[in-house]
Design a protein around this ligand. Sequence first.
Ligand code: MN
Ligand code: MN
Length: 474
Amino acid sequence: MSEKKEGKSKAEELKEKLLINRKSGALKLSDKKIKQSDYFAEEYKVFLNESKTEREAVSTAVKLAKKAGFVEYNLNKKYKPGDKVYYVNRLKAFIAAVIGKDGTKNGIQLAVAHIDSPRLDLKPNPLYEANDLALFKTHYYGGIKKYQWTAIPLSLHGKIIKRDGKSIDVTIGENPGEPCFCVTDLLPHLSKEQMAKTMQKSIEGENLNILIGSLPFKDDKGSELVKLNIMKFLNEKYGIIESDFLSAELTMVPAFKAVDVGFDRSMVGGYGHDDKVCAYPTLRAIFDLKEIPEKTIISILTDKEEVGSDGNTGMHSSFFRFFLADLAQMDGMHYHHVLSKSKCLSADVNAAFDPTYASVYDPANSCYVNNGVVITKYTGSGGKAGTSDASAEFMAEVRSLLEKEKILWQTGELGKVDAGGGGTIAKFVANLNVDVVDLGVPVLSMHAPFEVISKIDLYMAYEAISAFFNQRNA
Ligand code: MN
Ligand code: MN
């Protein structure tokens, strides 16, 4: 029997031994760790500001990969342990790999995050004029609450391929002095009818039109002179004509930069934390590897998660399988044997408990800001539909790793059972017969133009993925 520690009651002692410690995670961390979190968040903010679209995230990833000594993957080359390669799929998905001492023979250690975020995509034929204003038609991408996207500054990002094949990268509205764009909303004075509608109906998808100009081309004759004036500007700046929109991917995203939130600067607000807040740690964990790992380590940044992971750059496609098949072949292996022995962290966010909307959360099974990286055993909705549900065995493995490495972590479920739900890429990886669990950062206001995360949780995600990559005999 142990002695009674000073000042502690028997109940307190027993609680400490038997129950989960629910005090704020920030109290469990050293000042040094909190400082490291702050520093890491500064680097993350730079990444976030440079990576508002999947194309931009891939460019940033390539830049960081080269800096970390990674070289572009070459199918005709044979790689040896310690070699660091990256592969880009259609400029929208990214794979980084460090070849392990055992190559792919005993499976690989994998982490996957997504780099697409909800936004307003321009329609193929976007430009029109109405009542002397020029506007763009949009079709929103991913799950958004439409009213949140009105009356905020938006910037234009994307790519136009002209008829002659010349490609133009477009970014307007990010730098000081550049114009922004916006979706207008109705003034309260005239909103009687709008305000009586449900939130889902108050702003229609078809009404998410972007205001882009108001001055007509100076000529008394002719119609649509405002539209003409905008097209003239675009032609002068980019050399495009209206039909070039048909071979373009243009999107409107919030124009604001990532900023600290709170007097204590403990949080970061910004656009696209889901899922760049996991994509960045996923990248850094592989770029910062110090020793040659036993198993081959792979980090993937994937596209299209917000619309179901379909398409040739999404996790449901075969791009990762094909890449792995090549690596496996080098080791004289079949990729399906590699996959069956592999383990994966599906690095994605979860909904942080929000006291203002407490009624949609189960307090005991939610994740909390500053309580560390969140492990989500299953996602899905309506009775776990559409989830891969990590096994007790794999949960135990990940849990014991995090505890051994003293990484602040918590579990979380996405809200109350019947409150709604959502999915991640975990199931697509699990369907390849890989052990997989969701691990990521709790987010407040998820999918809003301005999402909030904690610096501590971000850093713990980095430490968790790093520990997963660095483990021996996994
Ligand atoms: Mn996500
Ligand atoms: Mn999402």
